[in-house]
Design a protein around this ligand. Structure first.
Ligand SMILES: [Zn+2]
Length: 252
């Protein structure tokens, strides 16, 4: 007897990420509630399952959701401002703009736009780092995407915190509010070595370890940054942040 499912996607080329990386030409997927219950050749799925809705996927490829591994999603609203500049010069323009305009409403609006664009591109999960991350979490969870969301910590005054100590308080509150959520993984996000201090890095590492959450940070984004770290600290960026305990965390 056939088992009842909600939806069957059938007749497409199904690319799996199972342990054999199977690809089924003329394959099908059976879905019930929010889970894939079976993947295989179309005839096999048709013989085992009955669905309320069957979608013909002929000439289509069905792939697992893509993961965007590094984002600042509300910055979609800054798109086009000062393009094509060196990162350090660009940040000189962007950081004052962020302090002026970034609010919980701003990040929610930007997050909504970014999530719509990501979904359109086949992305179902992303790793973010920004300000007012709790507002981004609310928006992301309501949309139904999965995300690792890092609350930014840096030594300069930020849109949501005057000091890094304030940022750490926000970050702890964010972790406590969202840890264990089925879609959202909260994280600590020390922005970069050059916007932090050894004390700040250590405090971030301590917080991440205390709640067993990941760290999301920038490491060696540019040649200039890598050179500066060697000049100032006589070691590469990975060694420098490692000397503050960041490598002993779940680091992204
Ligand atoms: Zn970044």
């Amino acid at each position: 007897m056939s088992k009842q499912v909600d939806t069957i996607l059938t007749g497409g080329t199904v690319v799996t990420m199972n342990e054999h990386y199977d690809i089924f030409t003329g394959g099908a997927i059976a879905i019930k509630d929010d889970a894939i219950v079976a993947v295989g050749p179309s005839e096999e799925i048709a013989s085992l399952y009955e669905a309320e809705e069957t979608v013909d996927c002929a000439n289509q490829v069905i792939i697992p959701g893509l993961v965007n591994a590094h984002t600042h999603i509300p910055m979609t609203l800054f798109r086009g401002l000062n393009d094509d500049l060196r990162l350090d010069v660009w940040l000189g323009y962007l950081m004052p703009l962020e302090r002026e305009f970034v609010t919980p409403e701003f990040v929610k609006l930007g997050a909504r736009l970014a999530c719509a664009e990501m979904i359109r591109s086949g992305i179902t999960a992303f790793a973010d780092m920004y300000y007012f991350e709790e507002a981004i979490a609310e928006e992301t969870a309501a949309i139904g995407m999965r995300a690792l969301l890092g609350q930014t910590v840096l030594v300069f005054p930020a849109p949501d915190a005057e000091t890094y100590e304030d940022a750490l308080v926000r970050c702890r509150r964010f972790i406590e509010g969202w840890n264990g959520h089925p879609l959202i993984q909260p994280a600590v996000a020390p922005h970069a070595w050059y916007t932090g201090t050894p004390e700040m890095d250590r405090a971030c590492a301590d917080l991440a370890r205390a709640y067993d959450v990941p760290i999301h940070t920038h490491v060696s984004e540019t040649q200039l940054e890598a050179n500066n770290c060697r000049q100032q600290h006589h070691m590469d960026v990975v060694s420098w942040i490692g000397s503050h305990g960041l490598l002993e965390t779940k680091l992204l």
